[in-house]
Ligand binder design. Sequence first.
Ligand code: ADP
Ligand code: MG
Length: 146
Amino acid sequence: MERTLAIIKPDAVAGGHSGKIIDRIIVEGFAIRAMKLTQLTKRQAEGFYAVHAERPFFGELTEFMSSAPCIPLVLERTDAVAKWREVIGATNPADAAEGTIRKQFAASMGENAVHGSDSPENGIKEGRYFFSESEIVSNGADVIDA
Ligand code: ADP
Ligand code: MG
């Protein structure tokens, strides 16, 4: 089994789409291993997106991510990373395929409804950024730990 970190971003929570997105997560065969509602501090958002620190949109991104509550979730499934990225669609909702979450709910490249990890290694690492080991509920099955 593999894990990915999903985040229902502030735009989607504020827009009232959390329930539909969580339903989609379940319908697509993911097991939710951890979930919480939280409002990130600017510093937490900067730490999470540290890899993008030099990008021109870093300030805008971290302002947005700390502007209102979001819902991080640890998801588990076979091929969790690739499958979740398929379900959420392209970063820019204008390019996102029909039926994807970003096509359905995202308004712009910056405010694009959901996050998904980009590798199994980052899936584990990002899960640990938001949740302690005891907050991630295991079913006892082996999880790839990078
Ligand atoms: P993804 O979330 O699809 O993995 P990236 O890792 O490239 O995309 O970027 C992280 C997040 O930064 C995006 O989801 C989006 O919220 C924001 N972002 C990326 N590119 C831009 C951009 N050109 N302008 C504004 N925000 C952006
Ligand atoms: Mg990314």
